[in-house]
Each structure stands twice: as C-alpha cells, then as structure tokens.
Design a protein around this ligand. Sequence first.
Ligand SMILES: Cc1cc2nc3c(=O)[nH]c(=O)nc-3n(C[C@H](O)[C@H](O)[C@H](O)COP(=O)(O)OP(=O)(O)OC[C@H]3O[C@@H](n4cnc5c(N)ncnc54)[C@H](O)[C@@H]3O)c2cc1C
Length: 366
Amino acid sequence: MGAATGWRLAARGAQVVCFDRHSPPHSLGSSHGESRITRTAYFEGPWYVPLLQETFPLWRELEADTGTELLTLTGALMIGSPSAEAVTGALAAAADYGLDVRLLKADEVRRTYPAHIVGNRDVAVLDAQAGFVRPEAAVDAMIGRIEALGGEIRRGVAVSAVNHRPDGVEVVSEEARETFDAVVIAAGPWMHELVDWLPLTVERQVLVWFALAKNGASPLTPGRFPVFIRQADGIGDVYGFPTLDGASVKIARHHAGDATDPQHVRREVSDGELDPLRRYVRTRLRGVTQRVIRTVTCMYTNTPDGHFAIGLHPEDARVTVISACSGHGFKFAPVIGDIAADLACEGHTARDISHFSLTRFLEPEG
Ligand SMILES: Cc1cc2nc3c(=O)[nH]c(=O)nc-3n(C[C@H](O)[C@H](O)[C@H](O)COP(=O)(O)OP(=O)(O)OC[C@H]3O[C@@H](n4cnc5c(N)ncnc54)[C@H](O)[C@@H]3O)c2cc1C
C-alpha cells in the first residue's frame, strides 16, 4: 500500500519519500508469495466493484511503464453450495453492476474444469474479469516508478513516531527527524506501532505449494484453470491458483491462522496445518498430489468487520492512515494508492470510501 501510494503520488508530481523498515519487496510482511487473486464480482460487498474496475487499467499502466508482467487474467470460480456467501455475494455484485459472470451447475463445472471434484449440489460462479497479480513484481514495479519519477526510497529505516507539529508532520526515524507537508501511514502488520487506536489484529497465514501429478498434460495451467475460492464444508474457505511453474499449484486456507506478533512470526509450518490442505487436494482436486514442495508464511492485518480502514487521521488531516488488508487488499493496491494520494494532496477523494471509515471502530464520546 505504501509503494502504491508513493507511485500514485509521484505520478501526479508530488515529491515523495518512502520509509521502510525492511527492503521491499520482501517476505516479512503481507505482500509476498508469488500470486494474489483479483476479481470483480466481489462477494465481500458490491461497493468494492467500482474500485476494482479502476484497478485493471492501472495494473496495465504499471506494466507498460515498467515492462513487467503483473496481471494475468484467468477468470475466477467461486465454488460452493447455492447458498454459499461467495456464490450469492458474487451474483449480487454482478447483478448490481451488470458484470460478466456465469452460474455453472455441477455438471458444467465437471465438464469445463475437470480438476475440480464437486458434489451434485455444488455450483460455481465464473467471474470473467479476474485472475491474479504478482505481488513481489508489483511492489518492485511501483518502487521503480517512484524512483524514475524522482522519489526517494529509504530502505532499512524504521519510523518510530509521526508527530503532529504546527509547521508540518514530523517523521522520526533512527536516522533523523524530518518534517513533511503530509504523511501516509501504511505499516501493514506493524500498524499498531504508529497508530495504536485502530483495533487491528495480526493473523499468521500459511501458503502451500503441492506437486502436480506427472500423468500427461495438466489441466491446471493459467489458460485452463481459473483462480478459485471454494467455501467447503468442514475446512472453511480454500483458494488456489493455476500452476505458474508447470510443476506445482499454490493452495491456502483463508482466515485459518493464529494471532501473531509481526516481529516474532513462527515460520515453520506444522503437519497439523498441512493436513486439512492435504485432505482438500485428495478429495477436491484432480491432478494434484499430496506432496508439499514449498510453504510460506505471511500475515493478515484484520479489522473487526473485515473491511479496510482508510481515511484521514481524526486529529490531523495532514495524515492519512491505510490498513487495506483483512486478507483481501492486494488487488486494490493501485486504486488505494490513488485514494491515499487524493487524501494526502486534496484532503478528500471522489471515490466512495464510506465503508472504510477509520472512526467506525471508535466509541462515540460522551
Ligand atoms: C497469505 C496471504 C494471502 C493473500 N491473498 C490475497 C489475495 O489473493 N488477493 C488480495 O487481494 N489480497 C490478498 N492478501 C492481502 C494482501 O496481500 C494485503 O492486503 C497487502 O499485502 C497488504 O499490504 P500492506 O502494504 O498493508 O502490508 P505489507 O506488505 O506488510 O507492508 C507494510 C510495510 O510497512 C513496512 N513498515 C512497517 N512498520 C514500519 C515502520 N515503523 N517504519 C518503516 N516501515 C515500516 C514493512 O516493512 C512493510 O514493507 C493476502 C495476504 C496474505 C498474507
């Protein structure tokens, strides 16, 4: 979110300085692990749809400006019972905005996407404007644009305080105290260090790559296998991607992790964490073995209601605060960066961010 903000600010001519305690792109926060789902028929709330529609041309602009491949369109399948939230919510968002989706019955899922093992009562919504973005390459490309447009990246510099001074906003790091006209705080899982009044919780997540079976042509390639989210009985929400290396696929559970401290994340993955996913590939996927090739841990920073927290600091309109995670923020990075640039430069944005209000969690006074 910080890199996206810097990119969109630099693109409109602002002088930008970005601080990062690590050296992005890195694998210590939330923006790593090869791929992130993007989609448009957003079951989490139809108000996300106009924001999502803005992201696709922005990803293409970033690709063109940096000569990198960031966005791959594969379509997305939301699989579950007809009453699953992923199914009904995607259909509702599609109806509100006239989106290109199709509802597939079990037979059609089996015929068209034979890698998915579905029950007779299962259905799937196919969202056409969907696929995946590559997080490390995207962060790198955004940083590349910031630097190309004259901005500065301070790597390995942790900000210890943001102070509200009459002459500007003071950023304190171990290197210096510097004053800026405006500051955007997007510290991901470390947000509580700089903004302690948001009720955020940090959740450890596990990503697992399973080996593909070696029996002939795989139907799990990006051209034939859409990204998917499945709301499955007994295991919760599982999502996955087509193979990017021809040898493995990445599968994960959504919101199945423990609370963690971003400075002390357990990086080893236990059998207890792998077993539900092994069971998933054994019972719900064809062409995938239970052999684990690689695991990665990552962090969600969750708000209590699962929607983002984006807005001006309630006590200082020169400071913008962004927590756009809750496990689904990456796809929005270009438009959230642009919203943050609006807020930092103009003090307001024309986009509807009313669902992301920072103050919705605060107790009313009196
Ligand atoms: C396993 C996993 C799967 C996901 N899948 C999807 C998906 O499929 N689709 C999707 O849209 N989203 C997905 N998400 C969510 C998405 O990745 C996040 O919303 C997004 O990465 C959040 O980015 P961020 O900038 O807020 O946090 P981060 O990427 O963690 O960035 C925060 C940065 O702030 C720096 N920092 C922190 N404190 C300080 C400080 N005091 N001073 C200086 N620098 C500091 C850190 O070093 C870090 O670089 C997933 C997340 C995870 C973990």
